[in-house]
Ligand binder design. Structure first.
Ligand code: TYM
Length: 332
């Protein structure tokens, strides 16, 4: 069976972009693949984190996976730092990854910005750790949002480099799965910026923890333009906010963008926003409620994570042992 690996950083609230770009697709794919869903805490510490907060958000992300519909009895759910193979393989792969490849990573440039000289080495090496995450399990498929595409291309290049040097076809080349009509959900405050956990304005995103009133308020306040909604998809060309909100509606109803544009052709924003808010509350409300219920029993979440770590390690351990042998490490 083909194997999926994917993960999310436990750095704050998950939002609608994480749901539509990643988690919802995982739920839909979980019966057709062997699935490993990670909470990538090693990635989270590439920027400073408060330890108590990191523990809390790690449990919260686990609860959100399950509340959204991931079945922890079949899929492996665990936090990255509990399987040492991630850090080990990351080091080995960093030794065969040319700096030039990392210098091309746009996410590093965006995140480091003007602080290029003062951010930690981990932020720069982050894509190598991400390649290690996937290759450690010889995963064949990786469902992610559009923003991870460049990192996945790098993971494939690193796999090719390793295979060429140490043994043809050792690592399968992982295929990205960028699925649905909302692979890049944009900020509610600026349709040209990605919806993100790190945006300082909470009004830029819909968190999976927001209650009905907050969702309604955020959608009502979302930036729009003065015109009514267009008659055709072409009419969205220079209207990023309209395109984003219609794209979200399309994704939440599993319709195409074309169908959604036809449905709201000529309608003004206030009426459309009312429908969108109702829809978002209907889809996200039950997830928030189930997540809260799960978080009331943190011991149960910890048991799931512990069990997940054991299962993940059982897959990773022989792979890392084999990699060490190929590289030439003696294991007396
Ligand atoms: P992270 O934590 O930033 O995001 C988690 C997932 O959510 C998707 N996503 C979005 N999709 C659509 N619209 C958005 N606005 C949006 N924002 C985020 C991301 O594409 C991602 O799928 N490096 C990764 C985590 C990671 C990983 C991995 C993923 C570490 N190792 C191995 C896959 C395989 C990250 O920071 O995602």
């Amino acid at each position: 069976m083909d194997r999926i690996f994917s993960g999310i950083q436990p750095t704050g609230n998950l939002h609608l972009g994480n749901y539509l770009g990643a988690v919802r697709n995982w739920v839909r794919l979980q019966n057709d693949y062997e699935c490993i869903f990670c909470i990538v805490d090693l990635h989270a510490i590439t920027v400073p984190q408060d330890p108590a907060e990191l523990r809390r958000t790690t449990r919260e992300v686990a609860a959100t996976y399950i509340a959204a519909g991931i079945n922890p009895n079949s899929a492996v759910i665990f936090n990255q730092s509990t399987v040492s193979g991630h850090a080990e393989l990351s080091w080995l792969l960093s030794c065969i990854t040319p700096l030039g490849w990392l210098n091309r990573m746009t996410q590093f440039k965006d995140k480091a910005g003007k602080n290029r000289e003062s951010v930690g080495l981990g932020l720069y090496a982050y894509p190598v750790l991400m390649a290690a995450d996937i290759l450690l399990y010889k995963a064949t498929h990786v469902p992610v949002g559009e923003d991870q595409k460049q990192h996945l291309e790098l993971a494939r290049d690193i796999a090719i480099a390793f295979n060429r040097q140490f043994g043809e076809d050792f690592f399968p080349l992982p295929e990205p799965q960028i699925l649905g009509t909302a692979t890049r959900v944009m900020s509610l405050r600026d349709g040209t910026k990605k919806m993100s956990k790190s945006d300082i304005s909470d009004y830029s995103r819909i968190n999976l923890t927001d209650d009905a009133e907050t969702i309604d308020l955020k959608i009502r306040k979302a930036k729009t333009d003065p015109d009514a909604l267009p008659e055709s998809v072409e009419g969205l060309g220079s209207r990023p906010e309209a395109a984003n909100l219609l794209g979200i509606y399309a994704a939440l109803t599993d319709a195409s963008l074309g169908e959604t544009v036809s449905r709201f052709a000529g309608v003004d924003f206030s009426r459309f926003k009312k429908d969108l808010a109702e829809l978002a509350v209907t889809v996200l409300g039950p997830i928030a409620a189930e997540r809260a219920r799960l978080l009331a029993a943190p011991d149960h979440i910890d048991t799931i994570l512990r069990h997940g770590a054991e299962r993940a390690n059982a897959i990773a351990a022989p792979n890392i042992a084999h990699v060490k042998e190929l590289v030439g490490f003696l294991s007396p």
